[in-house]
Design a protein around this ligand. Structure first.
Ligand code: HSE
Length: 388
């Protein structure tokens, strides 16, 4: 058996605890698969005394993530703290500067600082792994990065937030209230520490920014992704949509409009996160609960669809372990160095301004029941060149 791969894990919330459980359960099999043991040698969290489903007594405890990140006992730093800056960013930078590869599930951090952190990793000759940051247990990053590398991708879109999908499913199928189902999603460990990020579309936008970087080589600042969440959707909207033959889903979408209508790389990239009405029979309309699904369209492969659990401790831990395995066998270090996915910006692709994206909308109006009221509404819409 080869030398063990030693992990330091920062953040023992839902995902961190799930990761410890999964490693305890599958450790011996994984060690056999990669011909080396995978050991957790250090952990760090806000509270040591908090009751957890796993014991950490046999593992060295660190009070500060940045200390664990540079400790000589670890080979790989696993960041499960979350947040776009603060302790997570400091610790990840410290680990990379200390020449340690990093595995992170932190989409907010990557959406904002991914290119800088990847540059630092490249400079240090280590890897920055982030499969768990997008779509939980679905291996979409590896798929885009490697399996579909032969394609000029055209479209990447789907359901990227498990919490919103769980809420919409509960409202649609059981007629339950938004707040009631949100509380349940929090209890199941799907939601972010601040669930506003889920329901206002920010979490899906973080994930879309990462996908766009990997799929199209384009760095998109978060404010450039127009986004609307699900908080404004009432049960009555869901019922009306249903009667019209539609299911409401929160979609994150990236469409590349090729330059001059050719098949060449380049063109305008349209992005948005919004609740969308999908015909009941569309595959994405059938995705329920905290599941995610992503459609990827490439010029060679055509349309492909990926489906699985997008949130929750075990699916996310599954993706973290996939990254750890890639590091244990040396694949991650090699592919990170070679593929250079975050470096540079595809200058042939520009972002399409939202004002130039035509779209169809569902409009629900509460109006006084008096003669001419609808004529007033249609006149106002016509003045803005909006057709009903
Ligand atoms: N809060 C996220 C979601 C967790 O609901 O999808 C997984 O990234």
């Amino acid at each position: 058996m080869n030398r063990p791969l030693k992990l330091g894990i920062a953040g023992l919330g839902t995902v961190g605890t799930g990761l410890l459980q999964l490693l305890a359960e599958h450790g011996p099999r994984l060690a056999g698969n990669v011909s080396r043991p995978i050991e957790v040698v250090g952990v760090c969290a806000r509270s040591r005394s908090k009751p957890r489903a796993v014991t950490t007594d046999a593992i060295a405890w660190f009070d500060e993530a940045a200390r664990l990140a540079v400790d000589p006992s670890i080979d790989v730093f696993v960041e499960l703290i979350g947040g776009e800056g603060g302790a997570a960013k400091t610790a990840v930078e410290a680990a990379l500067n200390a020449g340690k590869s990093v595995v992170t599930a932190n989409k907010a951090l990557l959406a904002k600082h991914g290119a800088d952190l990847a540059g630092l990793a490249e400079q240090q000759g280590v890897a920055l792994q982030f499969e768990a940051a997008v779509a939980g247990g679905i291996p979409v990053i590896k798929t885009l990065r490697e399996a579909l590398a032969g394609n000029q991708l055209r479209r990447v879109y789907g359901i990227l937030n498990g919490t919103c999908n769980y809420i919409l499913t509960g409202m649609t199928e059981q007629g339950r209230s938004y707040t009631d189902v949100l509380a349940e999603a929090q209890a199941k460990g799907y939601a972010e520490a601040d669930p506003t990020l889920d329901v206002d579309g920010t979490d899906a936008a973080h994930k879309l920014a990462i996908l766009v970087q990997i799929a199209f080589g384009v760095a998109v600042p978060l404010p450039a992704i127009p986004r609307r969440g699900i908080a404004g959707i009432d049960l009555i909207d869901i019922r009306f949509a249903h009667e019209l033959g539609y299911t409401i889903k929160l979609l994150a979408e990236a469409f590349l409009d090729p330059a001059n209508g050719t098949d060449e790389a380049g063109g305008q990239l349209a992005l948005h996160v919004a609740p969308v009405m999908l015909k009941h029979a569309r595959p994405l309309a059938l995705v329920r609960d905290a599941y995610n699904a992503i459609t990827v369209v490439g010029d060679a492969v055509g349309t492909t669809l990926y489906y699985g659990r997008g949130a929750g401790p075990m699916p996310t831990a599954s993706a973290v372990i996939a990254d750890v395995i890639d590091l244990a066998v040396g694949h991650a270090q090699l592919s990170f160095r070679t593929l250079r996915l975050w470096s540079g910006h595809n200058r042939d692709i520009t972002l399409r301004p939202q004002a130039t994206m035509p779209s169809r909308f569902y409009l629900r109006l509460m109006v006084q029941d008096r003669p001419g009221v609808l004529a007033d509404v249609t006149r106002a819409l016509a003045n803005h060149r909006i057709s009903i």
